[in-house]
Design a protein around this ligand. Structure first.
Ligand code: PMP
Length: 380
């Protein structure tokens, strides 16, 4: 009787192990990663079913919001820090600080990557930055330096303040290394999109990408991805810069003119883009935009009312809860689709989630009628 019990136990054990083995084999489960920094990139591409059905062209979103710190800026933060390490400006295991002037996602990404790699973060930002972003940076342990909003030519403007704080620490010469991330001018920005985001999109679409759409803040995303797709994709890819109201890229790309912001004696000129959309739109040319300009075919302007409504539309029809720049890209996708053949593939960047925009953009978007139609959005 005891022997029978032992045999039964062995049989049950073997069967259970076999079932477990089969379960693991049949599911595509990634292997464990060695640290949070290794979770950056390889983001999913998802079909936006509602738009695809309505316009007869496949619209896919590259979900950069799935990065560990919640945006495409994770890639940039990691590459800026790795590049600094390659140059010996930061050394793993030794004290080091990364400085940046930013009111957006870049600071959050830098803080997360620095924490993962053993560095400290110092962020300068305008004192009218939203409370949720401030709280997030402080919760991540970043040192936050709030400055008065000012123009880019003012030495106290937040980007200039960040550079100065970095220079000051380096001058102290106490063995602590300090690096200025400089996302607008640092070429580690566009390069990481050329090396990772672009190839991922090409792979995920099997090279069949007819149009690519992104907004432009620093220009790193659109420049890097556009350069890669123009050089390597199987079919010619039409690259579109989706621009919010008030931004200068629309005129720059379509008509070759841009109001470059320079403050001359006594003349205050507009430097901030007047839109509810955050993270994209600018009135000056930066090195990261410049690197990809020749690969951008056209710019489409999208107004705030369309963006707000599109965000609600994607949320209720697809379960895609996105930030304002993603909504802008989706509106541009519908406009571009009219010129493409049925069944063509469009990829848009979904840079971040709606949860980063609750107090401003989504405060308005949540009030939009649940049944808002695509036609209504496009006719505004
Ligand atoms: N969307 C959001 C929400 C952003 O924060 C940014 C970056 N500022 C962008 C889009 C644009 O990315 P890039 O800086 O690469 O042009």
């Amino acid at each position: 009787w005891n022997e029978c019990l032992s045999i039964a136990a062995v049989l049950i054990g073997t069967y259970t192990s076999y079932k477990y083995y089969k379960l693991c084999k049949t599911q595509d489960i990634p292997q464990p990663k060695g640290g949070v920094e290794e979770l950056i990139g390889n983001t999913p591409l998802v079909k936006i079913k509602s738009l695809t059905k309505a316009i007869g062209v496949n619209v896919y979103a590259k979900l950069e919001l799935c990065n560990p710190a919640g945006s495409a800026k994770d890639r940039v933060a990691l590459n800026i820090i790795k590049t600094a390490e390659e140059r010996g400006e930061l050394v793993r295991g030794e004290p080091g600080w990364v400085f940046e002037g930013t009111s957006g996602s870049t600071g959050i990404s830098i803080a997360v990557v620095c924490n993962a790699l053993g560095y400290r973060t110092h962020i300068s930002l305008p004192d009218d930055t939203s409370l949720e972003k401030l709280a997030l940076l402080e919760s991540l342990g970043a040192t936050v330096n709030k400055v008065k909003p000012a123009s880019i030519v003012d030495p106290n403007q937040y980007v200039n303040a960040a550079k100065k704080a970095c220079d000051d620490l380096n001058k102290e010469g106490n063995g602590v290394r300090a690096v200025f991330a400089d996302q607008f001018e640092n070429e580690a920005n566009w390069k990481v999109h050329y090396q990772t985001t672009g190839p991922e999109i090409a792979h995920q679409t099997n090279g069949n990408i007819d149009a690519f759409i992104a907004g432009c803040g620093t220009g790193g995303t659109i420049s890097g991805v556009a350069k890669f797709l123009k050089e390597k994709a199987k079919v010619p890819c039409h690259v579109v810069l989706a621009d919010p109201q008030g931004s200068g890229f629309y005129n720059r790309v379509n008509y070759g003119v841009m109001y470059d912001y320079v403050e001359k004696e006594g003349t205050r000129r507009r430097h901030q883009v007047d839109t509810i959309v955050e993270g994209i739109g600018l009135n000056r040319i930066t090195q990261n935009f410049h690197m990809g300009e020749e690969f951008i075919d056209e710019s489409i302007r999208v107004n705030d009312n369309q963006a707000i409504r599109m965000a609600k539309y994607l949320s209720v029809n697809d379960g895609l809860f996105v930030g304002s720049s993603t909504a802008i890209n989706a509106v541009a996708a519908v406009k571009v689709a009219k010129r493409l053949s049925p069944g063509a593939n469009i990829v848009i960047i979904a840079c971040d989630s709606g949860s980063r925009h609750l107090s401003k953009f989504w405060k308005e978007a949540k009030e939009i009628n649940h049944d808002i139609s695509l036609e209504e959005i496009m006719n505004i």
